[in-house]
Write a protein that binds this ligand. Structure first.
Ligand SMILES: Cc1ncc(COP(=O)(O)O)c(C=O)c1O
Length: 396
């Protein structure tokens, strides 16, 4: 009997960002009162009536939940899509409830990425830096993740049209995050149109991760689905992903949705019927009501807007400062992200995430290494103290 072996396909996976951060910082004492500006966990209040809905529906814990989402939840989501994007979708066939977008972004590639593309190993495009599940989904299905830098020069979104034809011919899936984590960039209508034209030409699917879509500063970000309908993009080439985690401050509810063509949705539903983890029924009832309510979302957005304004005021004169269009992170330029995060921790106790941990090195260059990701999730006064401390430690 030999030792047990492990799958090779994950052997090069770097450790996740947060254990890496702990290894970097926690061997040193903090330089002052500890302040967390690392994790993207919303801290504003969620609607208080959530508790009542759970208790009114408590008997639902005694049932297996519907895999695809309860019809009432799917209808509520379809209504939201109609209100937000002016697009009609069929709740029964075009929408599936998710246990948060992370699993949906993973399972979409599992359900929809073919084994080969034009006779070769498929490529999954991901922005770089990026939300790490995109790469793991690609590796899981035996596709090759291809990391495309999203830098200042490209408007902090990946320029997939700049890729050579030999890459594009093998692309099966392209992930796009708009508003983007970490940079807070918003894909314009023209960005989506150009991407859809590319996807038509090279025959690949676009997975639009729009989980920050409701945390914007000025105009609501255009939705991928709305632009797709406008230009007549092949419905089988787009899936959109949305979440209550950021919109409604309910990251622990684990609720989101995926929407797109009936064909794609059916494939995802089929997989879920075998291996999915559907949301418990009482929580589906909560999600149904939360999607139907916009008042709390507007309040939430206003709280972030105050903090964005604060950041502009306190940090606006730092060369390279980027006022984010949306989301709740600052993407602060530094010389080296690990060195800067360590200095900030040991001198002040403020914890931020090195941008390098959110990106992969390609051709000797890590496009996150020159940035810190700073989360503006704490209450305003705490955020203010954190930003002043960060400014005085790293930029004065
Ligand atoms: C870009 C991005 N996509 C997806 C997610 C997943 O969110 P959830 O699974 O809570 O919907 C996150 C969470 O931080 C994120 O930042």
């Amino acid at each position: 009997m030999g030792p047990m072996t492990y799958p090779e396909r994950f052997s090069n996976l770097p450790e996740y960002a947060f254990p890496r951060l702990r290894s970097l910082l926690d061997v040193h004492a903090p330089g002052g009162e500890v302040m967390h500006m690392t994790i993207g966990e919303p801290k504003h209040a969620f609607p208080p009536w959530v508790a009542d809905i759970i208790s009114e529906n408590i008997a639902g814990f005694g049932k297996y939940p519907p895999n695809d989402g309860a019809p009432e939840l799917l209808a509520s989501v379809a209504d939201w899509i109609q209100r937000r994007y002016g697009v009609a979708v069929n709740p029964e066939s075009d929408v599936m409830a998710l246990n948060g977008t992370r699993e949906g972004l993973f399972n979409a590639t599992l359900a929809l990425c073919p084994e080969t593309k034009n006779g070769a190993q498929p490529i999954v495009l991901t922005p770089n830096p990026f939300y790490q599940v995109y790469a793991v989904a690609a590796l899981t299905v035996g596709a090759e993740p291809h990391y495309v830098a999203a830098t200042r020069e490209t408007g902090f979104l990946p320029d997939y049209s700049s890729l050579p034809a030999e890459v594009l011919n093998r692309v099966a899936v392209a992930y796009v995050c708009s508003p983007s984590n970490p940079q807070g960039a918003v894909a314009s209508r023209d960005y989506w149109k150009e991407l859809f034209a590319l996807a038509e030409k090279y025959n690949f699917r676009v997975f639009a991760d729009e989980c920050y879509s409701e945390i914007y500063r000025n105009d609501p970000p255009p939705g991928a689905l709305e632009v797709a309908r406008e230009v007549g993009f092949d419905p089988d080439k787009l899936m959109i992903f949305h979440s209550l985690s950021k919109r409604s401050n309910l990251p622990g509810l684990r609720s989101g949705f995926v929407a797109g063509s009936a064909g794609n949705t059916a494939k995802m539903k089929q997989l879920r019927a075998y291996a999915g983890a559907p949301l418990p029924l009482p929580l589906q009832r909560v999600a149904e009501k939360v999607w139907a309510n916009e008042a709390h979302v507007a309040e939430n957005r206003a709280l972030y807007a105050e903090k964005f304004a604060l950041a502009d005021e306190l940090l606006g004169d730092i060369p390279g400062y980027l006022p984010p269009e949306a989301g709740f992170f600052l993407w602060m330029p530094v010389e080296d992200s690990e060195t800067a995060a360590l200095k900030l921790w040991t001198e002040t106790g403020v914890r931020v995430l090195p941008g390098a941990y959110l990106a992969r090195e390609v051709d000797g260059h890590n496009p996150g290494a020159g940035y810190l990701r700073v989360a503006l999730v704490a209450p305003k006064e705490e955020t203010q103290r954190g930003l002043i401390t960060l400014r005085d430690c790293l930029y004065r």
